[in-house]
Structure formats: structure tokens, C-alpha cells
Design a protein around this ligand. Sequence first.
Ligand code: GLA
Length: 382
Amino acid sequence: MRELITKSFLEIFAQEPILAFAPGRINLIGEHTDYQEGFVFPAAVAQGIWFAIQKNKSNSTRIHSLDFNEDFVFDVKSFSPRKGHWANYIMGIVSQFKQAGYEVEGFDMVFGGNIPVGSGLSSSAALSVGVGTAISGLFNFNIPKKSLALYAQKSEQLYEGLNCGIMDPYASAFGKADHALLLDCRTNTHEEIPITLGQYSLLLVNTKVKHKLADSAYNKRRSACEESVEILSQKFPEIKTLRDFSEKDLPKVKSILPRELFSKAKHVILEDLRVHQAGESLRHGELVKFGELMKASHESLSKDYEVSCAELDFLAEESWKKSYVLGSRMMGGGFGGCTINLLETERIPEFKRSVSTSYLQAFNIEPEFIEVKPSDGARIVK
Ligand code: GLA
């Protein structure tokens, strides 16, 4: 990929580029907690997006996307992001940089990657964080990783209308090989936990569906949490988010919130707890325990938080039936995308055969399998 990007940059723009890379991410556990200042447990993966970039001494920014085989040009002094176009993510970051006072000048860029589209590996975070890393490197802005992650989050919220949390860009920026990041989304700081899986591996199964209302449902769930906090804070003025409650508070929370809101709040409160338990399990190599937590997370996301779908439930249930799978759950925002599975490496071929057949039978879709490994975060390559 690296060679391809460089070659294509040289062909189109006839000068030596700087290279940058930003990865996609997985999340081991801790779903729909980041926007309530809770805890998540993501890792960057080896799959990602490569960027070749160079200044062009003009106000015009010229971009070529290898994957879309498409060009896009915009005036760096005056432009407006357009929702739904890939260039929106690039303009979004430039716009955030400019608002923060960085003098971005015209540049040329070629980019392309190997993150399966729609897989839920967060190619949008990889794109935003990668563009940020590339521009920061090109103009020597030295922007800290945490700021890059925050600009990426803001850009997605403002220009794509998804009221997302910090997890995806943070993981893309801070990832570390063979580690997952136990991230506190209140302080935006993390602890690196070594991931030693021995004879086990992480494997994603892509449902290859994304249900239509996914983004609006995401924003709705977030609003439901905010509504709960508003109601609860009348009784508990010191609380800021659902993060401030723990398991022992559930009876009180239940007595105050309407049923519908309570089940959502319960998910967030217990999921935060599961992240800590998962951190402990992985620190001590207790993979069976971790697998049980994955299952509990899925059940909670499906039944209480209601962000799963028939395809994700089916895949998780298929995995739970197999003795050599330690854990399985939906990953990411929900309503499609992938399940993440922890299973015996040796039995992966057998797993693939079995799941392909049953998923095809049930939904008439061939699932996609994606092998993932905790890897390093965004960086300038050359
Ligand atoms: C999406 C969002 C993240 C996070 C997850 C759910 O990936 O971008 O911020 O909320 O959903 O855990």
C-alpha cells in the first residue's frame, strides 16, 4: 500500500511526498459508554489508511482517493464541508485546524487503505486522524495526539451529524502494538493493557449490513442518556453523567427513571463495570472470564440498550454455541457492522466454514471474516 500511494503521488503531482498512516480500531468491550464519560477498551489494528502529502505553494488543495478513484479540489482559504462525501472528512479536519489557529496552506494528497468498507472498524476515524497527522507533520504543527482525536470527533459531529464519542479517533491516534487502551472518557487518558492471547485470536465477523436508521438511532440513544442524567440530577445534583453511578446505585436509579430510560441507563452503568472487570481479567490472562464479559455486554446491548439487530444477534449466538469460542459480541455503534470473537486460533478455518454456512442460510449473505491484532496508532511514516 505504501509503495502504491507513493508511486501514485509521484505520477500525479511529480514531487516526493511525506507519508503518514492511521489505523482503524476494534473495541474489546465498553460500548455506548464513551459519550457518558465512561470507560472503553479499544485497540488500533493493522488495517488502516496511508497518506502521501506535500505542500503545493498555492491555496488550492488537490486530493486523489485511490479507493474511490476520484479527485477532489478545494480552496483552502474558503470552502464548506459537504455531508456524505469522503472529502468532507478532510475539509472537516482542515476547518478544525484553522479554527484552532493553525495556518494550513495548499497541499496535494493521495490516500488509500485496506479497511473493509462498512465493517465498523471506523475508517472515518482513521481518515480524520490520518489527515490530521499528515497535515500536522507536513506543516510542523506538532499537534498532540489528544488534540488530533478531539478535532476528529468534533469534525464528525459537526459535518457528518453523528454525535459520536471520543473512542474511535482516540484509539486510532494512541494505539500500541499488542496492547489495548483502557480509556477513561472523562479525563481522556488511558492505561495500556498488554493483550496476550496465547493460543487464542481475535476475529471479526462482518454482517455486511448497516440498517438505515443506524445514525439517527445512535443520536437518539445518546439523547436518552442525557435525559436520564437531567432527571437524576434533580435528586443527585453532584452527578454529571451516568459514569457517576455504580452497580449499587441501580435500585435508586430504577425508582426515579421511567422504565424505558432505566434499561438504557442500566446498560451504561453496568458496561462501565464490565470494562474494569475485563481490564482485570486481561491483566491476569483470564480469557474465559473475559469471554463471559463479552457475552454479558452483547446481551445488555441487545436487550437493554437495543442497538443490536437480527444479524448481529445471530452471529453472536452462533459463536456462543461453540466450545472453542471464549466470547463474542457486537462491536461499535450497532445495527450492523461486525461481531468481535475470541476463539482458538487453530479452529478458525472450522469456525469460518460453519458460520458462513449458517449465516448464508439464515440471511442469504456471505459473511466476511477479518483477522485483527492490536497494533500501533497513527504516525508519520517517512
Ligand atoms: C461508534 C462511535 C463511538 C462509540 C461507539 C459505541 O463507534 O463513534 O464513539 O460511541 O459507536 O460504543
